[in-house]
Structures are given as structure tokens and as C-alpha cells.
Design a protein around this ligand. Structure first.
Ligand code: SF4
Length: 557
């Protein structure tokens, strides 16, 4: 089986020390990316770790396909204990960092401890340098980029950055890279901020020599020539109008499922503002969305569909430039646009202020700096809902993505079972329930009959994509057979590894007190409890949502 290569580099930021160790047994059993990081995190982070404590670690990993020339491989993984969900969580970012990371020759990099001084850490194949950077306290993503360009001739695509929100421990702070790309979900930027690490850079010329099957070029060619694919012009926003049409677009803080202004903030509106192609390293699909508004000067990348929901329909905003500005503020300040948009929408609901763009942009700044009401909102919806007097629209403390489960019932169950909380990419089941997105595999969105085994398979499959690492937007190009060929093993073995990754996450979280009571939704779905039990049974877990100690998952390499 193909897997990534290289040792684990542990960077103890408290002692300003590093050491390397051989992790070949983990690499050969878990492929790379999320699989390797989950196994390392499960075995090395104490089950009772404080997310903001020095004992929590961040594991950064790429997969074996990050040395390829194939489209859909410009992504990498970060894993740690989330200050938002309090569980083990992996987040995945695009951009151009993955190749620079791989060029250092490390199979995985662990950040642990807590520094007394604000640090930049420079990781190269020639050694590790610790730099004290007090002048970067409070700096935005682009300010850090400018400093690193001037002082070290480093590009944004070589950097991991914690923005002001990370420094201020906003529970949904992201880790930024390549300016606008984010390890967005779950607040891992706040973990980096709590370690007093402002920036990590990667450079080298020691990428491992991994032989990739020539089929990579077929995938690449098809991605390059799929000119009619809607995502090539409008990216993820191409689904907005359809989601609205089928009543799956959360609006007005989840009180409605359709938004009358959807066409003003959806695919066409965003495409109108797109001024050039945007992509990740090696990817000819190029679904990203560099956008500019000539009149106001607002310039950003995106918004993606999820941001269109969180800062658009869910906030009652029908002005695409306002959503672009919210998006840009979040990227500059280092925050997940979904969680931030949802908690801002909760505030708007509580104060009858839907559609007030000036207030929204003011709140985003205040959240990042924990000023005034921003201090409460920085805690996220789950912790702020009671004080705001609104419903808690989260699963396991993670704010909801779009693709509403009240219409797409399988996605609803998938939000509940996800170890990460209410995130759409964990099972990405919505793609099966939107026939326009995935014609071949479409299922009826109504009801849960027959869906638990499909959700288990999608969760396992996505764990492998996240380990490869392959972008999930490869879905119209990456068949099971191609994945088998690329990773040089059979599909059953890949699914088994995917299941072990999901079970390790679950076991870690069980040890922190998570069980069936946490696999819940803020709305009722018919047949939900039976379907949930069926899901556990397929996984071989107990009916209380826990992994049995004798399952073999915990001790297996
Ligand atoms: S499909 Fe889009 S998000 Fe995925 S790697 Fe390519 S450009 Fe990046």
C-alpha cells in the first residue's frame, strides 16, 4: 500500500527543542494525512488534555499523493483537540502549503507545549529555527505574510498563521495559509494561539521519492478539460440556487429553509465578482474564487457556498459584497467563516437585526478581539445560546454547515454521527441527496431507511480521501478503482483503514465523555433513534455510541 514517508518531527515550543522519531509503522498502517495524524494524536495526547493546555498537540500531515502531479491533491491535514467541540478533530486546508511541507522531508510535524514568547518557527530540511516575534502580536494574516516576505523571503503559501482571533483564543479561530485558505473548522487556530505560536514556515528540497501510478495523469487531464462543470466557474457557490430551490438553505438563523435573496448572493452573483482563476497546488480543476468589487474595493477569495449561507441567508443579507467583506475579515483575523457567521446570525436573531451589514462587520472585528459582546460570541453558539436567548444550533458544539438536514434527512443523520460535529464534509452525504450534484449515486433525500450503511461507507471513504490526501471535490473524477490503483491496495482494505480512523476519533472522544447523548440534532427526524442504533451496529460499536474496549481498534497499529 502506498503511504507517506519520513519521520515525525516533534517541536516542543516550551523548551524550544525538537526531536525526530521513526513512525514507519503508523505510516504503513494509516496511509498519511488524517489517518496518520489521528493515530498519533490518539496515542500521544492525554485523554484529559485541556485544548488550550501545553499537553494538547497539533499534528500537521500530508499524504503520499502530495508528491504527485495530480489535480485534487493541493490539500493537507491538521489534527488536535478542539476548544470548540472538546473532541479530537481534524481539519483540512487547500492552497499551496502541502508541497512546501512535503519538501521538508517530514512525514508529520507535531507542535506541543506552550511558549512564553510569541514565536515563529521555521522548519526546513536543513534544521529548525525558533524566532521570537513580539512585533507580530495582534498581526493579521496578511501582516504576517508581509513580515515573512520582507525578513525571510517566504511566500504566503509556505506559512501557517494564527491571526488575532487565534491569539485571543476565539474558540473557532482558524489556522490560515496561502492568505485565504484555512484549517477552518473546530478552532485549531486557537490551539496554535494558546501555544503562543504566530507562524510556522516550511521550506526544503527533500520531498520523499514516492512512485505514483500513471493513472494520476488521467485524473489530471479530465479535471483540466471539464470545462462545463459548474464548479469551474462558480465553485461551491454553484449549488446555492438549487439548495434554495429544494428548501435546504438555512436562512434567518435556521428559522427558514429558503431565502428570497438567494440569487443575489449565489453562484451567478459570486461569478460576476470573480476576476481570475483560483486553485490549489497542481489542481487543474481550479474551483477557487478570487473576487473583487470595483466600486467598494472589497477584494477576497470566495465566498464559498458555506459562507454564502452563514453570512448571507442565515444573517438575512442579500448583498454579495457584504458577504465578500465578512469573508475577507474572517480570513484576515483568522476565523472559520461558518462558525463565525452562525454565531453572528444568532446575535442578529436575538436582537432583531437581520440584514444589518455594518453591525455584522463590526461584530466580526469585536469577536476576533474579544471586545464587548464579541467576547461572548467568541465562545461560539453552544456556549453563548442561553445568554443570547436563542436555540443552540450546533452538534457537539460545532456550528452547522449548510445543506439542511431537515430536507436532506441523510445529511441530518450524518451531522449527528460525525465525530467532528455539524460539519458537511465529514460524510459529505448531501452530495448523494442532491441529484444535480451526483447523478449516478443519488438517493431520495426524504427519510433514513437504508441510509446508515451508506453514511458509514461515506465516512470511511472520506477518511481515506483525507489520508491520501485527495480533495473531496474530486467526486466526479475519482472512482473506487482509481483510488485503489493510486494507493496500490484494494478497496476493502482502504475502507477498513477508514473505519479505524473514525473509530479512533470516536474512542478518544468516548474517553472524554462523549456518547450517544452527543449524537443528537436540534430537530426531530422520523426514525432517527432506530437509524442511529443501526449505524452503531454496522460500526461494531455499543448502542450507547461507544467503541468497545475489546474491538481491537484501540491497540491496533
Ligand atoms: S478541487 Fe478546488 S479545493 Fe479541491 S484541490 Fe482543486 S482547486 Fe483546491
Amino acid at each position: 500500500m502506498l503511504h507517506t514517508a519520513g519521520p515525525l518531527l516533534t517541536v516542543d515550543v516550551a523548551e524550544k527543542e525538537t526531536h525526530t522519531e521513526n513512525i514507519d509503522d503508523v505510516l504503513s498502517s494509516f496511509v498519511g494525512g488524517r489517518g496518520v495524524a489521528t493515530k498519533l494524536a490518539h496515542d500521544r495526547i492525554p485523554f484529559d488534555a485541556d485544548p488550550f493546555g501545553p499537553e494538547n498537540s497539533l499534528f500537521f500531515t500530508t499524504g503520499p499523493l502530495q508528491v504527485s502531479n495530480m489535480s485534487f491533491t493541493g490539500r493537507m491535514n491538521c489534527t488536535g483537540v478542539s476548544p470548540l467541540t472538546d473532541g479530537l478533530l481534524s481539519s483540512n486546508a487547500g492552497g499551496f502549503l502541502s508541497r512546501h511541507f512535503g519538501a521538508t522531508g517530514y512525514g508529520a510535524v507535531e507542535l506541543t507545549g506552550r511558549s512564553d514568547d510569541l514565536l515563529a518557527i521555521h522548519v526546513t530540511d536543513d534544521g529548525i529555527e525558533f524566532e521570537e516575534v513580539p512585533e507580530l502580536a495582534g498581526a493579521t494574516t496578511s501582516e504576517v505574510g508581509e513580515y515573512m516576505a520582507e525578513n525571510h523571503e517566504l511566500g504566503d503559501e509556505q506559512l501557517l498563521v494564527s491571526g488575532p482571533a487565534g491569539e485571543n483564543r476565539v474558540r473557532f479561530a482558524s489556522i490560515m495559509t496561502t492568505e485565504h485558505r484555512a484549517f477552518g473548522r473546530g478552532g485549531l487556530g486557537a490551539v496554535m494561539g494558546a501555544k503562543n505560536v504566530k507562524c510556522v514556515s516550511f521550506a526544503g528540497d527533500s520531498a520523499p521519492d514516492i512512485d505514483i501510478d500513471p493513472i494520476q495523469m488521467d485524473v489530471h487531464r479530465e479535471a483540466a478539460t471539464a470545462d462545463d462543470h459548474p464548479m469551474k466557474s462558480a465553485g461551491t457557490t454553484s449549488v446555492t440556487e438549487y439548495a434554495n430551490h429544494v428548501s435546504a438553505l438555512p436562512s434567518y438563523y435556521f428559522s427558514e429553509l429558503e431565502f428570497e435573496g438567494a440569487s443575489d448572493i449565489g453562484g451567478d452573483a459570486v461569478s460576476d465578482k470573480k476576476y481570475k482563476k483560483g486553485t490549489c497546488s497542481q489542481c487543474a480543476f481550479a474551483c477557487k474564487l478570487p473576487t473583487k468589487d470595483e466600486e467598494t474595493g472589497v477584494e477576497t477569495e470566495g465566498p464559498e457556498y458555506e459562507t454564502v449561507m452563514a453570512f448571507g441567508s442565515n444573517a438575512g443579507v442579500d448583498d454579495v459584497v457584504s458577504v465578500m467583506k465578512s469573508n475577507d475579515l474572517c480570513d484576515e483575523l483568522g476565523m472559520d467563516t461558518i462558525s463565525c457567521g452562525d454565531v453572528v446570525s444568532a446575535y442578529l436573531a436575538a436582537n432583531d437585526e437581520f440584514g444589518n451589514s455594518d453591525l455584522i462587520h463590526d461584530l466580526v472585528e469585536k469577536i476576533a478581539h474579544r471586545e464587548d459582546e464579541g467576547d461572548l460570541l467568541a465562545e461560539g453558539v453552544h456556549r453563548a445560546a442561553d445568554e443570547l436567548g436563542v436555540e443552540d444550533w450546533t452538534v457537539k458544539g460545532l456550528e452547522f454547515a449548510a445543506h439542511d438536514g431537515r430536507t436532506l434527512n441523510g445529511q441530518g443523520l450524518a451531522f449527528a454521527t460525525s465525530n467532528r460535529g455539524a460539519d458537511h464534509m465529514y460524510a459529505e452525504f448531501y452530495s448523494k441527496e442532491y441529484p444535480l450534484v451526483s447523478k449516478d449515486e443519488a438517493v431520495d433525500p426524504t427519510g433514513l431507511e437504508g441510509k446508515p450503511p451508506l453514511i458509514v461507507e461515506k465516512e470511511n471513504y472520506n477518511a481515506i480521501l483525507d489520508s491520501g490526501v485527495v480533495c473531496k471535490f474530486s467526486r466526479d473524477f475519482m472512482t473506487e478503482e482509481r483510488l485503489e490503483t493510486l494507493l496500490d491496495t484494494d478497496y476493502d482494505e482502504l475502507m477498513e483503514i477508514g473505519a479505524r480512523v473514525v473509530a479512533l476519533e470516536r474512542h478518544f472522544n468516548n474517553e472524554r465523555g462523549f456518547d450517544r447523548e452527543d449524537d443528537t440534532l436540534p430537530y426531530d427526524l422520523p426514525d432517527f433513534e432506530r437509524a442511529l442504533s443501526e449505524y452503531y451496529e454496522i460500526r461494531g460499536w455499543d448502542d450507547d455510541g461507544t467503541v468497545p474496549e475489546d474491538s481491537g481498534v484501540v491497540s491496533a497499529d
